[in-house]
Design a protein around this ligand. Structure first.
Ligand code: ADP
Ligand code: MG
Length: 685
């Protein structure tokens, strides 16, 4: 079977499950194989009967104090056992399993594994599985994969499909040249795939993960280098007349910061210099990147060149569009901008397309998918992507192909990546840094507390709302999950509605909602019809509601520092004192240490640097901390060492065999061609 064939080829995948898998972005067998577990679960240590708590899944090592009894209740056989482990006793109950009477014998110890529920005043172990103690010990060594799921797809289904895929695909073909594998002590490919999904133990998992993280970085860096070489040094068809835009800048109502001025000067040089611009703009949250994008687009418009500003979410698209509209209106700029998003009606879209193709519109602001799909420009000479970590090179290239010649590109990222890593990842791409915040900002006040502080936090939110402000509460999950214990948006909203006064409007927002619903919620929040917004990290990117002054983050320990910093950046955007309350839901000291970094500093670059120092590898079993960039398995922070190695390996290959022509690189070349065509889009530039 072909690795890149549709998942439909697998047994048990029909039309319906195919659709559901697509929600997880699994289209091909390869997607399935690289759908790595989010975390791993171990069978628990045995618990003593004194410590049992309702609702927990436990293992109890105990003996039956007397023979099991079987009763009939409404024609159903119920088997009951009274178990003792020396410290105390607990009842166990099974439905329709009378034969246990003959296998669970008094005097012998067994491990009973199941969930504790309440029956009247006492606790009961419900339907536990029964194991011999030695057998259970063996099982405890194995790690069970836990995948991110969606409605209709269970962990068991994914596990089975991946097992099947592994049998069908020849994993022994390793694209990584033997010499690279040897130099960096990397495991074989087939071994790594097997162990990443079904690890024998933590040691094997670690080796497998190292190899796969290496692959991911290696392919990305190599692809970027090749892509860069192909596009570099191209003369631009959109050489612009120099215009400092002093008239616009003077009337902004604020003074640009030194860093903003510097970056604007760099962009101006690029766009008027004759070569194709290829620039990454890194700036901390709230450093004022949007205005820089607007200036570049205004310059283009004045040169009769069209530009596109692409963002990852509807909410952000609308926000930017409205901001630009206000700017153009107050300054009477005579520049026409149109909005283009998936939630617009077909008619609205048609009107926008028309304006773009006739060049009535100078500027298009919208979500990337929509801009790319059907738009034909008259003269597209500048493409800007905001919140870079969700975009890929390939997408930008596709857009570029629409105009006869390559447009200038600018990528804006609010994820400060330490310089040392940025250089490895982006190579010699031009990088501008806005490392200064506007001077009128009041620093955010932070605190890291445990869950017992919640009541106080709610009181605090109530007071802020009374004073006319608004608050965000972030939870890691959308819905309740049986596999992972963390706060979820939906139940939390219910809880919060009861905790807060009924006059406070509490609503939720998450990524699985329809675009229309999301827009509506965001709009109502923007207009202060909603005072408290309970949300997943969908609000993390770029949202600007300056009236919000409180950011409360539940299970803060589950987020990466970069992400927390982004979330915090949603407040402190207006003239009022803002607050960030991070609830640490774990008792683990290293989490506290990590969160303390945020508590201490509001500076994204400092945080990124500290993060790098603190987070060694070895967070194998934690929930994946999605950090700066959306790699499938690698994390540029905690895997910085592997990233460096991958960077070195790429340099070596580029030196020895730049075109990948040698026979030992044949597999790699094949893999690379495919990667450039299909996968780069999932990654960032
Ligand atoms: P980000 O870099 O996070 O995208 P934005 O561009 O959204 O930040 O800017 C955040 C806010 O700061 C906006 O309301 C913007 O108008 C304002 N702003 C930008 N530059 C300055 C400045 N130099 N002085 C004062 N306010 C500024
Ligand atoms: Mg922004």
């Amino acid at each position: 079977m072909d690795r890149f064939a549709s998942v439909e080829q697998l047994k048990g995948v029909g039309e319906k499950s195919k659709k559901m898998l697509e929600k997880l972005e699994i289209y091909t067998i390869d997607d399935l194989l690289t759908y790595y577990p989010r975390t791993y679960r171990k069978f628990e240590d045995c618990t003593s009967t004194e410590k049992l708590k309702e609702g927990e899944t436990v293992a109890v090592c105990a003996q039956a104090v007397r023979p099991l009894t079987v009763q009939y209740v409404k024609r159903m056989q119920i088997t009951t056992a009274c178990l003792s482990d020396g410290s105390g006793e607990v009842l166990a109950r099974w439905f329709r399993m009378p034969y246990l009477k003959n296998t669970v014998l008094p005097g012998n110890y067994y491990v009973f594994y199941g969930k504790i529920s309440r029956k009247g005043t006492s606790l009961i172990l419900d339907q536990p599985a029964v194991y011999q103690p030695e057998q259970y010990e063996e099982m405890r060594k194995v790690l069970q994969p836990v995948y991110m799921l969606t409605k209709g797809i269970t962990n068991h289904m994914l596990t089975k499909l991946i097992h099947q895929a592994m049998k069908e695909i020849d994993l022994s073909r390793d694209f990584l040249p033997e010499s690279v594998r040897q130099s960096y002590h990397l495991a074989e490919y087939d071994y790594s795939m097997e162990e990443i999904h079904f690890p024998r133990d933590e040691h094997h998992l670690k080796l497998a993960r190292e190899r796969l993280v290496f692959d991911e970085f290696f392919l990305f860096i190599l692809a970027l280098k090749i892509w860069k070489e192909r596009t570099e040094e191209k003369q631009s068809a959109f050489k612009m007349k120099r215009d400092e835009l002093t008239d616009v800048i003077e009337r902004l109502g604020y003074e640009l910061t030194g860093a903003q001025k510097q970056v604007w000067a760099e962009i101006l040089d690029d766009m008027t210099g004759g070569r194709v611009m290829n620039r990454l703009i890194q700036g901390d949250v709230g450093s004022g990147k949007t205005i820089i994008a607007f200036l570049a687009m205004i310059l283009a418009a004045r040169n009769e060149v069209q530009s596109a500003l692409m963002v990852p979410t509807e909410v952000l698209a609308r926000q930017h569009y409205e901001a630009f509209h206000r700017l153009a209106e107050t300054q009477n700029l005579k520049i026409c901008a149109v909005l283009l998003t998936g939630a617009m009606t077909a008619k609205e879209k048609r009107i926008a397309y028309e304006k773009i193709s006739t060049h009535e519109a100078d500027i298009v602001i919208g979500t990337h998918a929509v801009i790319q799909e059907k738009v034909s420009f008259d003269r597209l000479g500048l493409v800007i992507t905001d919140e870079q970590h969700r975009f890929g090179v390939r997408q930008r290239e596709a857009l570029g192909e629409k105009s006869e010649t390559m447009p200038h590109t600018m990528v804006m990222s609010a994820t400060p990546i330490p310089r040392t890593l940025a250089v490895i990842l982006y190579g010699d791409l031009e990088i501008s840094t806005i490392d200064e915040l506007p001077s009128n900002r009041i620093p955010i006040k932070n605190c890291v507390v445990n869950t017992s502080y919640r009541k106080k936090a709610y009181d605090f939110i109530s007071r802020e709302v009374k004073a006319g402000h608004q608050a965000y509460v972030i939870c890691p999950m959308v819905e309740e999950s049986e596999m992972i214990e963390a706060e979820d948006v939906i139940s939390y909203t219910e809880k919060l509605k009861q905790e807060l006064s009924p006059s406070i409007c509490v609503e939720f927002l998450h990524g699985k909602m329809k675009p229309k619903e999301k827009n509506e919620i965001m709009e109502r929040f923007l207009e202060n019809q909603i005072q408290v917004l309970v949300s997943t990290t969908v609000v993390e990117v770029g949202v600007n509601v300056p009236n919000a002054t409180v950011m409360m983050i539940e299970n803060a320990e589950r987020f990466g520092l970069a992400q927390l910093h982004q979330l915090r950046g949603r407040v402190g955007r207006g003239g009022d004192q803002s607050y960030c309350i991070m609830i640490n839901g774990s008792e683990n000291g290293s989490n506290q240490k990590r969160l303390d970094i945020l508590n201490r500093s509001n500076d994204g670059f400092y945080i990124a640097g500290e993060d790098l120092k603190l987070r060694g590898p070895g967070e194998l079993l934690g929930v994946r901390q999605s950090g700066a960039m959306e790699f499938k398995i690698g994390d540029i922070y905690s895997d910085a060492e592997i990233l460096k190695k991958a960077g070195k390996a790429v340099s070596r290959i580029r030196k020895e065999d730049p075109e990948l022509e040698q026979s030992c690189h044949r597999e790699l070349k094949e893999r690379m061609d495919f990667y450039m065509k299909n996968e780069l889009k999932n990654l960032s530039l």
